[in-house]
Design a binder for this molecule. Sequence first.
Ligand SMILES: O=C(O)CCCC[C@@H]1SC[C@@H]2NC(=O)N[C@@H]21
Ligand code: NA
Length: 626
Amino acid sequence: MDALEKMHFTTIDYVIFALLLVTSMGIGLYYALSGGRQRTTQEFLLADRSMSCLPVSLSLIATFQSAVAIVGVPAEIYTHGTQYWFIGCAYILGLFIPAHVFIPVFYRLHLTSAYQYLELRFSKPVRICGTLTFIFQTVIYMGVCIYTPALALNAVTGFDLWGAVLATGMVCTLYTALGGLKAVIWTDVFQTIVMFAGQLAVIVVGVQQTGGLAEVWRKVWEGNRISGIDLNPDPTERYTFWTLGVGGIFLMLSLYGVNQAQVQRYLSSKTEREAIMSCYMVFPSLQVALALSCVMGLVMFARYCEEDQFHKIDNLSKNEMVLYFVMDMLQDLPGLSGLFIACLFSAALSTISSAFNSLATVTMEDLIKPHCSSMTEARATLLSKGLACSYGLLCLAMAYLTHLMSDSVLQAAFKIFGMVGGPLLGIFCLGLFFPCANSTGALVGLGSGLVMAFWVGIGSIVTRTSGGPAAVSQFNCTAIQLSGSITTAIGTVLNSTAVPTSTSSRPMGLQRFYSLSFMWYSALSSFTVVITGLIVSFLTGPMKKEDVTPGTLSPLLGNMLFFVPDNIKQKLCCVTTLGHRPIIQECLPAQHKESNIQAVYTEEEEERQSFLPTYHTPAVEYETTV
Ligand SMILES: O=C(O)CCCC[C@@H]1SC[C@@H]2NC(=O)N[C@@H]21
Ligand code: NA
């Protein structure tokens, strides 16, 4: 690693990194000292439900675009080609369904925590299990997110690893605990801009230093890095159009449909329409984020595919090679390498702050408030801030655990989402689409989904077959001239990092099950939850439509099964109205000051409101939809 050590930071790089931390802290302090000064949980956890779609949409992207994507995706493209880019196809349904199925139901139920839905639809135990599952998933994911940038930075610049982890963790904990969701969303906006700028800078300089666009294109084309659509139906193939385009939809639904961090952002929107718009606006920005990280991988390949360059990074780990490439490109341009480090830590901070805030929210709403309803607003807010802090410290501990996780962080993140996010997606789908599902079915379903996911996930780690053999061997990008360089070219190919396409016998039986692509984990575990949940519900006495809390069912399935006669539909999944469509009454100037006008509810709404926690609602009026 001697070649790496020579890379060092100039003063301006440290200044830019410090600027990022100071600006983030400044935004946190601003929201701690302005507005309602974070004195109510409505403000601290839900930004007073006053956010508009632009900051919400940027915050939605920032939440699940962490350093893992910034470092992991270019390494994936460099090693295996652009097949991964097809995950962009999953963004269409992966965002359309949340916008029209999940958001309307959650928004109209006026929730604070997504897991309140599980109590309304099923029972309190189901809600508690959902909350604990989410906490487990997020704490592990946070560890990966805070560790990745610090590890990569340390490997390439010798920047003190635990110093970076501590700096990131402390700043993030402080501004999240001080400024609440408003600070988290607005720092996410700032950090997303820094993230895009940093990646763009590396791409522009990289292309320019590798001989221009045409040269880069020629090299990646000859280097066999532009993958066509791979329609291979084999589910053990790591990345194909099916695992990414279809399996990826379930991954997106588990994140953008039912993950508390995203649901909380939808609920912080001032109207349902703003929330849906923010979900739509995620689509183009997420495509840009995907394109930037994929192009960065291609430029990196073009840069190092020549024989005389190849030795520089062929012995680096996936996480280190991207940082090496960036420092190699930018170190003569003072400030730009600092910009990329700021980009890396922006990606990490924006994800970790969202995780802290959502963890504090669900712990407060689902685990503490129900047991001490007499708690004053001030104490509840103080406790929420304390929770955000304690999760911050827990995250640092988790970072150490990640130290032990060896395979690529991108795969680690996908496995966490698939193994834990999938069962959570399943239990929400069970509740939304199948009125006959009861809480026993939901509990057994969730348990079976988790068992199934951990069986295949742990199995794949133990047998090290997480997603089959490496797809593409390392081809040299210069046309292999017959003038004797053929031997060096072959030598390059053989000692490359990526294992050539293996001809080993296909795994059979359980071994084949363990080599299922991790992109299918979300789909597999959510289906397991739904099917088991339905069977157990039927065995233990299915629920009747009139017993289901109004507003907790989605008519999606009913509408999709338009061709099925109604009487059969009544059995499986009744066609229900979406519940009450709130029309936010435009407050007249005179009214604006006394905005404590009680909502005008229908009697059914009144009855439903009775067991929802009381909160201050803006002046709204409801009308039932027919
Ligand atoms: O934290 C990360 O960046 C790695 C996990 C990526 C999660 C998913 S992948 C599809 C979608 N696109 C993103 O950039 N993040 C989410
Ligand atoms: Na992020």
